[in-house]
Design a binder for this molecule. Sequence first.
Ligand SMILES: [Zn+2]
Length: 242
Amino acid sequence: MRLPHTIVVDPGHGGVDPGNPGLHFPRGLTEKDITLGIGRLLRAELLRRGLTVVLTRSTDTLIDLADRPLFCRAECDLFVSIHVNAMPAGRRQSRVNGVETYFVSDAKTEDQKRVAQMENDALRFENTATVQGPLAFILHDLQLNEYLRESARLADLVQARVAGIHPGENRGVQQGPFLVLAAARRPAILVEAGFATNPDDGAFLASAQGQHKIASAVAEGIVAYLLEFERKLAVGTGSGAR
Ligand SMILES: [Zn+2]
């Protein structure tokens, strides 16, 4: 089956921004390598399912946070950003594990604040002038975001699929003020595919098999969302009536 949809896949970080240093990744790999590996595989999985895919980066290069959503304009139905989580040093650092999927909204918990802050921190590698009050901008933008409910549903379906194949915990759907999601103007999610600070998650994320499983599960979640969306559309226009 062909699905007439374009998905923008955004492998987090790149170039001078390594993302999180990957305490438990082998061979000096960092977050930016893992996100690129999963992003490329996700592209292949979505193409195989008849979708059109645009990658925000296909090489080790830095794209400014504010520029990434620009890939999601006319020719874009969904925006999916791929990242790897990390716990700060401390007692819980190596224990915490698992996958969580974010959509953009105000953060409700300390963990959500930490993850949004960590991902928004990529700003400091950028050459462009400092962003004025990014949080104020996001909160204003959120009120204009008509895609919140759709983003939450997409996050649900993707999280369920990825949690099904992940060795770590199902940490559920979360929300946070992510710059990279705020400006997408389409349903947009960010998958934190596991913790580089946990030995088991780290090994899974760095392995070819782990990356394949994650990419395939994210693709399954996206297709499930699109099929549900099309059914709703068909009912809405009456063309699905029997
Ligand atoms: Zn990241």
